[in-house]
Structure formats: structure tokens, C-alpha cells
Write a protein that binds this ligand. Structure first.
Ligand SMILES: Cc1cc2nc3c(=O)[nH]c(=O)nc-3n(C[C@H](O)[C@H](O)[C@H](O)COP(=O)(O)O)c2cc1C
Length: 270
């Protein structure tokens, strides 16, 4: 069991729980929140909205940028007792390359997850929605690091297996899925969208059947490994991901309710 990117702030958790967090860390590896080349403030509130069996978020990737991450966060994340995977996102290949090189040359980093749910500034297309863009990005990045490259797939496509095949062809070591499903909600008190950005991404138990269907399709189409996530909140849910083709399972939204969910789910698995 690992954490899904952006759903567990290990640095904040260390401030709250102290070294007890390290002695009894809830995950077998830690995935950072997605970082971008330059710092980002994230979106205006309201950034989250509770829905039946889930939540919509549009956080907008607030982060310190590559330099801020390397100087400010990496030394603290390196103290975690588990391997560190750093999630990165950029809007063109050169900037993605800068992130992969900057993060990949650090011994503290065990692997890199490529968050491809963003538009390419040149084409305007969302990289992870286009098999050809995904393959081209991987071909560009693959020679830059020996570290494992994980492609985080978006569920907002008709055929996620096509994108997974493209990632594999480009040289990815693994894919992870699912990211959040495009979603919106209207605040009944105002008649306006409940999320300030107008829409966001749905996560939590509500999305699990979608994740299971996409995992089955993706796992059947590729040879590389698959990390499964989307609404996992119990050992039985994790088992469902494994049966659908995952070799590693991540927990996201459930950690907001139970910060020890990763450890609990692993314990429930047998
Ligand atoms: C508040 C929040 C922030 C997230 N931030 C990121 C992120 O920075 N990068 C990323 O790749 N996915 C991000 N995600 C998506 C999760 O990693 C995961 O793919 C998704 O939530 C499905 O898993 P879950 O249902 O267990 O939460 C975020 C999800 C939530 C709820």
C-alpha cells in the first residue's frame, strides 16, 4: 500500500505526529504531491466539495516549484523510512525534462511519477488523453534517467488502454491509475458551482467501479506493471484492485478520513 499523490502531506503529518510517524509509517513507499517547474499558488477556495461516497477537488497543484522542492521538501521527505517517488508535471517536453533530470539525479529519489493530466502549451492537447503525445513525451524523457518512470493515467478518455500501450512503447516502467474523474457540483444555496474553478476531479469510493474497469482493460493490454487506485478504503477494496491487475495499490481520499488507512488496509488484506 502506498499513498496516492496529493492526498497525504508527510511533512505536515511529521509536524503533528513527530517521530512516531517515522516509527510506524502507514505506507510502503511515499509519493510526493505533484511538483511543477515553477512555484504555484493553487486555485482560489472553494477547492473541495463533498459528494455521495466521494469528493470533488480542484486544488490547482500548489507547490514550491522544482528548486523549492529540492531545497525545502526533499531533505525532509528523504527522512521517511520508505522509498520516495516524486510526482512531476509540466506543460511542455523541455520543462518535463528539467523536472525529470533535476529529480532523477538525486539519490534520495527512488522513482518518478509523470502526471500527464495537463495540456501541452504548444498543442493545447492534454498529453495523457493522446496516445501519440504520451509516447512522444516518454521517448523524450526515457534517456534522461535510469530511475523507474511511472505514467499516471487519466480516466477521462474513451480508451485508457491505448494510452497505457503508448506509455509502455515510449519506455515507461509502470502506469498508475486512476486519476480523478472530471466532475462538477452546484451549491444549492447559491445556484453556483460548489468549486470556485467551476469543476474539478471526483475521487473516493464512488469512482472505484470505474477504476476497476479501467484497471482490467489496461492490465490486459500491457506487460509493464500497474499501480491501482481510486476509492480504495478497505482490504477488500485493495484485493479488488489486485484481482483487476494491480501489483501495487494506492490509497488517496480515505487518508483524509483515516490518516492510518494505508497501514490498516495492508493489515486487512490477508
Ligand atoms: C485533494 C486531492 C489532491 C490530489 N492531488 C494530486 C496530485 O497532486 N497529483 C496527482 O497525480 N493526483 C492527485 N490527486 C489524485 C489522487 O492521487 C488519486 O489518483 C485519486 O484521488 C483517486 O484515488 P482515491 O479515490 O483513493 O482518492 C489528488 C486527489 C485529491 C483528492
Amino acid at each position: 500500500m502506498i499513498n496516492a499523490s496529493g492526498t497525504f502531506d508527510a511533512i505536515a503529518a511529521r509536524r503533528v505526529y513527530g517521530d512516531a510517524l517515522l516509527a510506524d509509517f502507514p505506507f510502503s513507499a511515499f509519493v510526493s504531491k505533484t511538483i511543477t517547474p515553477e512555484p504555484r499558488a493553487g486555485n482560489e477556495p472553494q477547492r473541495i466539495w463533498e459528494t455521495p461516497a466521494g469528493m470533488i477537488n480542484s486544488i490547482g497543484l500548489p507547490n514550491k516549484g522544482l528548486e523549492g522542492f529540492l531545497v525545502g521538501d526533499l531533505p525532509q521527505l528523504a527522512e521517511l523510512p520508505v522509498p520516495l517517488i516524486v510526482s512531476v508535471m509540466a506543460t511542455d517536453r523541455e520543462e518535463f525534462a528539467r523536472l525529470v533530470t533535476g529529480v532523477g539525479e538525486r539519490d534520495e529519489v527512488a522513482g518518478i511519477e509523470l502526471n500527464v493530466s495537463c495540456p501541452n502549451v504548444h498543442s493545447g492537447l492534454i498529453v495523457g488523453e493522446q496516445p501519440s503525445e504520451t509516447e512522444a513525451l516518454l521517448e523524450h524523457l526515457r534517456p534522461l534517467t535510469e530511475k523507474p518512470l511511472i505514467v499516471k493515467l487519466t480516466p477521462n478518455v474513451a480508451n485508457p488502454a491505448e494510452v497505457a500501450v503508448a506509455a509502455e512503447r515510449g519506455g515507461a516502467d509502470a502506469v498508475s491509475l486512476i486519476n480523478t474523474l472530471k466532475a462538477s457540483a452546484i451549491d444549492p444555496a447559491t445556484g453556483e458551482p460548489g468549486i470556485a474553478a467551476g469543476h474539478g476531479g471526483l475521487s473516493g469510493p464512488a469512482v472505484r467501479p470505474v477504476a476497476v474497469a479501467q484497471l482490467r482493460a489496461v492490465a490486459a493490454a500491457i506487460q509493464i506493471r500497474v499501480i491501482g487506485m481510486g476509492g480504495v478504503s478497505s482490504g477488500a477494496d485493495a484485493m479488488e484492485m489486485i484481482a483487476a491487475g494491480a501489483t501495487l495499490v494506492a490509497v488517496g481520499t480515505e487518508s483524509f478520513r483515516d490518516p492510518r488507512a494505508g497501514e490498516r488496509i495492508a493489515r486487512e488484506l490477508p
